[in-house]
Write a protein that binds this ligand. Structure first.
Ligand code: PHB
Length: 391
């Protein structure tokens, strides 16, 4: 048997390393780069150092999600996070997208609006952050275990302001797809699609969940009303770029940013059934086991009802290791598994999973350091580490 055939057979025994057809995209493995806030996009403009960062993590037939990217000048809540509402920002994404495509990977842009997870310092003219509610957030510890994020009292959007925010998502999606298209002499395409950030207590979830949403108009109260805003965004974005390029990230079970729901399973099920009507490409769901730093509880079956109901590709995330990722794919509890911290610290994560090689440890303290190299592009590849030489 030839070496290539042996390699292929080896991969078939590792569920995460098997190929998968996601709509029009042929993926060679099931290990997805989760969207990770990196705070190195100075002045909200993606920087050249992101070319190296993303292309380090790109593989032929791999699937990468870009970090959460603001849809408008009211969308930001953390320092140096990228946007995609201006021409300068959109153009700055282009060489990053090109580099990822040159490696043969599929690249989606995660589009977000933080809503009340912001303060006046991030807002145009020092205005109040917008939300579904006037309810203010208490300060929160960031995932690096060091920084405290502080928030200003939000302003509740009036009913007639909502179409403008929906439209901001539509335009951001168009920008994402067009990033680079204006260079007519070269066949350059933009992002392959977008992931709508509907998770983790940001604006869309501030509407979904009854801990945050206290509205009395058609965007509050019943499940149908609370989901209306997010689904209007799904519809607008799908109309704009095609449902076959649209995914969404949801976290019905999370309580992050004071955004819990009294009936997360009903919320998750309602959403996936509604999403089926739009025929979007994928649903990316966070396991309830994403707990505070270092705490993980096992709950392998909690997303199964949503996985069963959703007709498109299903992606799970939330503190997965190699083995439980393999098990989830083998048991058909998901199609793909997104890895955040491990993929950050191991740019060659698919290769390491294939070889069952040791992993580099992630460094929390540099997660959000505004450094172009440190904690960003300096995590070693396997051949640069001792593990590879068997020491
Ligand atoms: C964060 O920057 O803390 C953050 C951003 C996006 C998420 C979750 C956490 O979905």
């Amino acid at each position: 048997m030839g070496t290539e055939m042996r390699e292929e057979e080896g991969k078939q025994r590792i569920p995460l390393l098997t190929p998968y057809k996601m709509g029009n995209f042929s993926l060679s493995h099931r290990i997805v780069l989760a969207p990770l806030t990196r705070q190195r996009s100075f002045n909200n403009v993606p920087q050249p150092h992101a070319i190296r960062y993303y292309s380090q993590r790109a593989t032929k037939g791999g699937f990468l999600l870009a970090e959460a990217t603001g849809v408008s000048d009211t969308a930001q809540g953390y320092p140096n996070t990228p946007g995609i509402w201006t021409k300068e920002q959109t153009d700055a994404w282009k060489p990053i997208v090109d580099a990822v495509h040159a490696k043969g990977a599929v690249f989606f842009c995660q589009i977000w609006h933080v809503g009340r997870v912001s303060n006046t310092g991030f807002q145009p003219n020092g205005q109040s952050p917008i939300s579904s509610t006037y309810r203010e957030l208490a300060p929160q510890l960031r995932a690096n275990g060091v920084d405290m994020a502080r928030f200003s009292p939000p302003r509740r959007l009036s009913t007639d302001e909502i179409p403008k925010i929906v439209n901001d998502f539509r335009i951001a999606a168009r920008n994402a797809i067009e990033a680079g298209r204006h260079i007519i002499l070269l066949l350059i395409s933009g992002f392959d699609g977008v992931e709508i950030h509907g998770a983790h207590g940001y604006l869309i979830e501030q509407f979904f969940k009854d801990q945050a949403n206290d509205r009395t108009d058609q965007y509050g109260g019943s499940l149908e009303n609370r989901c209306r805003f997010g689904l209007e965004i799904v519809e607008a974005v799908s109309d704009e770029i095609g449902a076959d390029r649209v995914g969404i990230r949801l976290s019905p079970f999370a309580t992050y940013m004071e955004c819990g729901d009294s009936n997360p399973e009903a919320l998750g099920l309602y959403l996936v059934e509604a999403l089926n009507k739009y025929g979007i490409l994928y649903c990316h769901m966070i396991e309830p086991r994403m707990m505070p730093v270092g705490v993980k509880s096992e709950c392998p079956d909690s997303l199964v009802p949503m996985r069963k109901s959703f007709k498109g590709t299903f992606i799970v995330a939330g503190g997965y290791e190699r083995e439980d990722g393999n098990k989830a794919v083998a048991a058909n509890r998901t199609d793909l598994v997104a890895y955040g911290r491990h993929f950050l610290a191991n740019p060659d994560l698919p290769k390491r999973f294939e070889l069952d090689a040791p992993l580099n440890k992630y460094q929390r303290e540099t997660f959000y350091a505004p450094e172009p190299v440190l904690g960003y592009t300096d995590y070693p590849f396997l051949e640069e580490t001792d593990g590879f030489r068997g020491k």
